[in-house]
Design a protein around this ligand. Sequence first.
Ligand code: PGA
Length: 252
Amino acid sequence: MPRRKLVAGNWKMNTTRAEAVALAQGVAAGVGASPKCDVAVIPPFVWLDPVAAALKGTAVQLGAQDVYTEPKGAFTGEISPAMLLEVGCQYALVGHSERRHVIGETDAATNHKVHAALEAGLHVILCIGETLAERERNLQERVFQRQVYAACAGLTDEQFGRLTLAYEPVWAIGTGKVATPELAQEAHKNIRARMALLYGDNIAGALPILYGGSLTGDSAPGLFAQPDIDGGLVGGASLKADSFLKIVAAAG
Ligand code: PGA
């Protein structure tokens, strides 16, 4: 079965409440009732509720930028998978490079978060990718191996069915330096081959792998035409409805 594409907009720590609602409404209006790919927006935690209300009855899905490992309790500042489900999220982002490299999240923490989110019933978008220093030393394939092996350890076949990977080279995020379609395809193919070795051909073949890093309406068509690229995780260009919708159109 061909993999359905997904385009998800990670708003990071941007938007006021009014901007978030207006952006969600603009995306929903542009996407229409039956888009050719899945579309999700990922606002800051505090705007999930009003954005969920704005998206009600539309084809646009909702995700959170992070999730905690425990269902409830004395974990000041954290948000549980059940809270995300109650507010209307279908997706949780895990292991974004800013969480790994700015906040210091470890591979082990990503594994716990992936488990907690999937066990609660969420879909997970798991981000992986090498830094510039790692690419310069040609270490990217080892980084993919380490990150997927650590983050996916212990998942069941059913849980793999709710997992999406996002390949986001750290040197491409927010820099304007988008990966070429050839470089990205090579990375995605390599990641899929590693998943096949670790978890079998069926899981690897069905697994959507998104590209992320300075994606725009201009670069999306070339990237999305590659056989192992199944959509995009969009940062900067997801903050305006029209630039995000151009990327969505490229996935159709
Ligand atoms: P960018 O961010 O599109 O602004 O590079 C992508 C991401 O971090 O997911």
